[in-house]
Design a protein around this ligand. Structure first.
Ligand code: IMP
Ligand code: MG
Length: 174
């Protein structure tokens, strides 16, 4: 396992993202939606940098397929508690890989008629994209590697690492 993005780099980039998000949302009382479970650490660190009124909600989705490949068929395991009609909604996601999960989420949430709907992702693997996706805020673009840490898991483990690490083949077999 090797460190791809250090804790210091993550925290510095979150400061920058928070400035951008504050500029865009400070008067809109947005609903910030965390996509469980991967985005939970990012979300928690991000919202504490946003010193304006906002509401938080959570959604859990699962995409069918193996743990490292998304199929595009998405099931909602936990839906939002809030009604987002006429609200400004910011989706917070851990990583965009194929883009299929978010493509589904965007379609599903936009059918509820929010005032606006945007995505903030910590990580993006642009090489893997299967569907074009409008992403408003991106923390880091990374190469096509499987990563863990800072919320992201491999077989549910590694979420509690304070940095992002790249798994090598050897780690992936288990
Ligand atoms: P997509 O539908 O292919 O964009 O899949 C996105 C989801 O797959 C993310 O929300 C993650 O849960 C998971 N995922 C994709 N790449 C990685 C990775 O490198 N490490 C951990 N999880 C990943
Ligand atoms: Mg995820």
């Amino acid at each position: 396992m090797k460190v791809l993005i250090s804790e210091e780099q993550l925290q510095a980039r979150l400061d920058e993202l928070a400035v951008e998000i504050t500029r865009d949302y400070k008067d809109l009382c947005p609903v910030v939606v965390c996509v469980l479970k991967g985005a939970v650490i990012f979300m928690a660190d991000l919202v504490r940098r946003l010193a304006f009124d906002l509401e938080m909600d959570f959604m859990a989705v699962s995409s069918y397929g193996s743990s490292t490949d998304s199929s595009g068929i998405v099931r909602i395991l936990k839906d939002l508690d809030m009604d987002i009609k006429d609200r400004h909604v910011l989706i917070v996601e851990d990583i965009i890989d194929s883009g299929l999960t978010l493509k589904y989420l965007l379609k599903n949430l936009s059918s509820r008629n929010p005032a606006s709907l945007e995505i903030c992702t910590l990580l993006d693997k642009p090489e893997r994209r299967k569907a074009p996706l409008p992403c408003r805020y991106t923390g880091f673009s990374i190469p096509n590697a499987f990563v863990v840490g800072y919320g992201l898991d491999h077989g549910e483990q590694g979420r509690n690492l304070t940095y992002i690490a790249e798994l090598d083949e050897q780690d992936r077999v288990s």
